[in-house]
Design a protein around this ligand. Structure first.
Ligand SMILES: [Zn+2]
Length: 197
């Protein structure tokens, strides 16, 4: 059996998604063999995550109260692109053709998992619709949860602001964050006004 402190490290790695006990054991051996400076850098980086917060406006990850996108005057603040997670912002930013702002819901409606609208960043989105915004682009994954959330938001927003949705092109059931740049750019350009009947 391993010393308690070694096991603590194994269990710490085991908390990560996709890391089983065998892999966790390997990682623990690995870090044990690191030079002290390397280990210190690793711990410093990990500890720094406590300082990463959510932007007070859009919910994106940020070092500051307001993220670099929301505080950028060169971006078009009249456009808000709604995404499920911060990861999706990187995918859209990589496309290099969208210059509006974002809003991170921090998930999608998923009744099977008990995720309901009131657990998502929807109130803060509604607060942003104050007359200065002229388009909300719904950029959620093309799967059942994404569609359900888009429909919910369209109904909530349609009387207040123009709502559009990404054109199809991103394969159904796939994730926005994995869509290649050209497919995503096409889906953006071809976005259509959403009207719920
Ligand atoms: Zn922000």
């Amino acid at each position: 059996m391993y010393p308690d402190k070694f096991e603590d490290v194994m269990y710490a790695f085991h908390r990560l998604p996709g890391v089983g006990m065998k892999t966790a054991e390997r990682y623990a051996y690995e870090v044990m063999n690191w030079e002290p400076e390397v280990l210190d850098q690793f711990l410093k980086a990990l500890n720094g995550i406590k300082k990463v917060k959510r932007c007070k406006i859009c919910g994106n990850l940020s070092d500051q109260d307001i993220c670099s996108i929301c505080s950028d005057d060169h971006r078009n603040h009249a456009q808000i692109c709604v995404v499920a997670n911060s990861k999706d912002i990187s995918a859209i930013e990589n496309m290099q053709s969208y210059d509006g702002t974002y809003h991170v819901l921090n998930g999608v409606i998923n009744t099977a998992k008990g995720i309901l609208p009131d657990q998502l960043n929807i109130d803060s989105l509604m607060n942003r619709i104050d007359g200065t915004v002229n388009e909300v682009i719904l950029a959620l994954d093309p799967n059942i949860e994404g569609e359900t959330t888009s429909l919910y938001l369209s109904k909530l927003l349609e009387d207040k602001v123009e709502v559009s949705q990404l054109a199809s092109g991103i394969p159904v059931g796939s994730h926005l964050e994995y869509a290649d740049r050209r497919t995503l750019a096409r889906a953006f350009e071809g976005r259509r006004k959403s009207k719920s009947e």
